[in-house]
Design a protein around this ligand. Sequence first.
Ligand code: AMP
Length: 115
Amino acid sequence: MTNQETIFSKIIRREIPADIVYEDDLALAFRDVHPQAPIHILVIPKQPITKLADATPEDHALMGHLLLTVKRVAEQAGLSNGYRVVINNGSDGGQTVDHLHLHILGGRHMKWPPG
Ligand code: AMP
């Protein structure tokens, strides 16, 4: 399912500024504006999927690409000691922007369980 316009669509189109750290045909990665760790980067598909629960079998390759993009961006950011990957899905998941995004959090030791 595709969605309506979000702030991330505007970042993809360069209509609002963002600290973009990686881009290819399918994905974009940029620094989170309210970082929750020393390094906090968001990886998003350029195709606006609203949330993980709305992904379809047609998105199979894209989903794999997003995870491999996380790996690539984390390496590029120097997170050799590890990092956390988070997808907030829907209201109870704490999702606030209705455009699928993968959080990369690193640069400090992460606690478990998350809040
Ligand atoms: P979530 O709560 O999982 O939906 O995460 C949305 C994330 O987007 C939050 O961590 C926000 O800080 C981040 N965010 C919102 N607007 C922007 C923006 N314009 N540039 C970068 N990050 C943003």
